[in-house]
Design a protein around this ligand. Sequence first.
Ligand code: GLU
Length: 448
Amino acid sequence: MSRNGNVRARFAPSPTGALHIGGAHTALFNWLWARHNGGVFILRVEDTDAERSTAEYEQTIMDGLRWLGLDWDEGPDKGGGFGPYRQSERMELYRKYADELLDGGLAYRENGAVLFRIREGLDLLLDDAIYGEIKIRSEKSSVTPDGTVKDIVIIKSDGMPTYNYAVVIDDHAMDINWVIRGEDHIANTPKQMLLYSALGWTPPRFAHLPMILGKDKKKLSKRHGATSVFEYSDMGYLPDSVFNFLALLGWSPGGGVEIFDRTTATDLFELSKVTKKPAVLDVDKLNYVNQEHLKVMNPALKRHIVEPFWTELGLCPRDHSAKYLEDALSLMGGRGQTTKELAEYSDYFVDFSPVKERYDASDIAQDRRPLLCVFYRELTSIPEWTAGEMEAFARKWCEENGIALKEVALPLRWALTGRKVSPGVFEVAELLGRDECKERLGYYKLIG
Ligand code: GLU
């Protein structure tokens, strides 16, 4: 598909809950398609359900989109040439076209509501950019208990428009030419197409995105763990990773590439390459994607995002210089799949207290202590406090004393980190600094 600067795509959430994974996925694909084509991405708030819609949810949805890096060109907060961008502020427009349909005999009033007359037996062709051609024969939308068929309500008796109606009016009025949304809306599309035809309007192109399933192949729900975007943020996933991961649900740039940034995704995105096969939300995959993004993140940014997680653990990163914390994180290499894990694994760089909580040195046999004390005392007195010097000294000392290096290195690691695994123990010791190492060894009575 060639680039089309006239693409106008929209994300149209109802502010009745937080931005969940399904919504974020839809928003992201609209954003990718608009950005790929140099077009326009619009945020329209579908708040006609006055009871369930709140300003807070609208705000959380916007915050969630911003967190993911999905910026919009027109929307309730920024305006634009096709506003207002909240359906609750567009009532006049819905009334105007309902009147037009009523005047033309295409709609009628019943019990205070306005119903759109469905012309039965029309063959409709939905040429979906992802699902391909879907042939649908128009029929009345539901059968009432007494067996009569019903037309569709467009304005409810309380004066509020229904979704299928308002969406058509707005997509047309806002000049939307691409409607990209979840496949659960395929069933609504014929009704909307009939409304386009009754109003004499050309429908937009439709693209329905694959369903997202949990690992058990069931529709995504709370049972599958985190559903809102901010829960992922709280768990320590990076926005770049969640973006990358969501983009992989139904699409891939090809060539086996799985890790990419927004620019690459924007360049390579094609709606025609989106699959209709349901996409499975696999947390292991997200962990992998997140770890890959963490690995290549620049040290200052990494420190910035890990700091709140250290603080959450009750530690005080502010006690240290930025350089020290960045060096600590660099030393952690690719450890930790989430920011939260990374903060946990590296806690001993920030403070000694978690080490004390984890380790009590009771594993060190009393008769080993004198030898260890001699070694650690000599080690902490070497002239130059570098990992290289420490290691050379330790190797030589162990050889002379006829013991294996690990016999001195393992207790040292435990005393400094409170962990069985860590980056190279002499690198850790170098960064912690001589005084801090002496303090930790002293606490465990390992320097005499
Ligand atoms: N407000 C609708 C929803 O959240 C929008 C559907 C559409 O994109 O047409 O499902």
